[in-house]
Design a protein around this ligand. Structure first.
Ligand code: AVJ
Length: 322
């Protein structure tokens, strides 16, 4: 019964978001969070292995190389909460370093149940780890994780992979401030941020030769077909990646190849598309290493340390709650 109730609500929220995004005057849009169902999460894992997409490997390299430095800066017992853990692979280095010192709690927070299960399986062999996963949205999950921490445990929140880049800058600042409000003074946030790079490198990364990113993006329409009884013809839409210089971001869109009408029955919606019209599905903002200090300060943190990968410019930032 409960499971049925939760499922119904998830579908309802999805229908409401799809309706709001596709009836917006001007640019149609869909929230990027819905890219990550089981199929989307699996495709994203493949993207992380593509030669053109260096982001995840850079994130992993910085974490692996600096794990002991990061861990030494967090003295005493620690509870680690991770927002959007994915497969959990890149978190291993940090958790192993913490667990060598003492028993450590790990709370992965993930909206994809399959990604959460994979993460728990991937990391459960680490000695002296206690894993408790939350299938929740970020802030709800973090509230729950924070409620589980023991007295005397410092909370380390991981927000890796430059997922912060999915927010526009004001929303990103607000999100960091919301995380800060759940934390106590002295707690820490390890924030991964992809740094600015050439337009050509970014277009290659977000429009790969093999078409995996295209499939990842188009899966959002397939998901609407599956879950909301829609009739999108996937052949009639194409993946586009563009640079927004003003926002300093890469945008993914789905472009209608012709004039067409789509019926989305569970959203009680009929949508018209002009030829060439796009649905904006995701933005990935890029940062300057220096600007993180300002962003941290504005949200109630102090950026205590920054580690940068030179091969694929990417920064791992240790923010301390003030
Ligand atoms: C998981 C949000 C960090 O923006 O680079 C990868 C998602 N989209 N390729 C990113 C993504 C297309 C990714 N993040």
């Amino acid at each position: 019964m409960l499971v049925h109730g939760i499922t119904a609500n998830v579908t309802y929220d999805f229908a409401v978001s799809v309706r709001a995004g596709l009836t917006k005057p001007g640019q149609k849009e869909l929230p990027s969070m819905y890219l990550y169902d089981d199929v989307g999460s699996a495709l994203f894992e493949v993207i992380c292995h593509l030669p053109e997409y260096g982001l995840t490997r850079a994130d992993e390299r910085v974490l692996r190389r600096n794990a002991s430095d990061i861990v030494e800066r967090m003295t005493g017992p620690v509870a680690v909460a991770e927002l959007g853990s994915g497969s959990g692979k890149k978190t291993r280095w940090l958790l192993e370093a913490f667990c060598r010192r003492q028993r450590t709690s790990y709370y992965p927070i993930e909206i994809s149940p399959s990604a959460l299960a994979i993460c728990e399986r991937e990391l459960r062999d680490i000695d002296a780890i206690s894993i408790l996963g939350f299938e929740r949205e970020y802030l709800d999950g973090l509230l729950e994780a924070a409620a589980h921490r023991r007295v005397g445990q410092r909370l380390l929140v991981l927000f890796l992979g430059s997922t912060i880049g999915n927010f526009d800058r004001p929303a990103g600042n607000e999100f960091l401030a919301s995380i800060r409000r759940i934390m106590q003074q002295g707690d820490a946030l390890l924030l991964g941020t992809d740094l600015e790079k050439s337009d050509a490198a970014l277009i290659r990364a977000y429009d790969d030769e093999l078409g995996v990113t295209a499939a990842f993006n188009l899966n959002l329409l397939a998901r609407i077909n599956r879950e909301l009884g829609a009739n999108f013809d996937l052949q009639q839409f194409e993946h586009v990646a563009t640079i927004n210089h003003e926002a300093r971001s890469v945008e993914m869109h789905l472009r209608s190849k012709r004039r067409q009408t789509v019926n989305i029955s569970l959203a009680e919606l009929v949508v018209e598309f002009r030829p060439g019209e796009t649905i904006w599905t995701e933005s990935s903002h890029k940062y300057k290493a220096k600007e993180i200090f300002q962003i941290a300060g504005d949200a109630g943190f102090r950026c205590e340390a920054q580690w940068i990968d030179e091969q694929w410019p990417f920064a791992e930032n240790l923010l301390i709650a003030e």
